[in-house]
Design a protein around this ligand. Structure first.
Ligand code: CTP
Ligand code: MG
Length: 165
């Protein structure tokens, strides 16, 4: 999960500049994704997640842990941010402003995105590392909201984030 866990907060660090929706509105007159989803965040976060995975790929065999594939490194990182973006799309459709609190969904969007994209493009790796280890999935779903809250509180006080959630 580490590539996904790195991609999400580094998108906040590198984010800013041109929004992915180029400032355009959806048919309902609200923004497609909003100013909180930018190219810099998407690309910067993906690169940081991929670097994390590549480092893990080098060190995990030494510890006899599961190994990564190049595909899974990319899909965990990019998928995390795709999940976060998809969440923003639906948030806007429901009328939530950028940055509005959306409990549980704000915290698990990136896990869902990372898993779905990885399952779609590297089903064998996903089955071996997640489906075959259901307790890992349960642990991730249970602890991610806590970890996410903690990270965002730190991000808020470090003045990287506008809201502590
Ligand atoms: N960010 C970014 N690009 C991304 C994801 C995040 O630039 N693809 C940056 C933005 O500066 C954003 C911040 O990270 O404001 C926090 O991300 P998040 O909480 O996901 O976005 P919100 O601003 O809360 O917007 P939304 O309501 O759409 O979730
Ligand atoms: Mg937010």
């Amino acid at each position: 999960m580490l590539p996904a866990y790195m991609a999400n907060p580094t998108a906040v660090v590198f984010g800013g500049g041109t929004p992915i929706d180029l400032g355009k509105n959806w048919k309902d007159g609200r923004r497609i994704f909003g100013d909180g989803k930018t190219f810099r965040g998407l690309i910067g976060g993906t690169i940081c997640g991929v670097i994390t995975g590549l480092i893990q790929m080098q060190v995990t065999p030494l510890h006899n842990l599961g190994t990564f594939t190049y595909i899974s490194i990319f899909t965990l990182s990019f998928g995390a941010l795709l999940g976060d973006m998809t969440k923003s799309f639906f948030k806007r459709r429901l009328g939530y402003e950028r940055g509005a609190k959306f409990p549980i969904v704000d915290q698990l969007d990136f896990v869902a995105g990372a898993w779905i994209l990885t399952y779609a493009f590297d089903p064998v790796w996903f089955s071996d590392n997640f489906l075959a280890e259901p307790w890992i999935m349960v642990t991730v779903v249970f602890f991610t909201p806590l970890l996410h809250r903690l990270t965002n509180i730190i991000g808020y006080y470090a003045r990287l984030k506008k809201e502590p959630w």
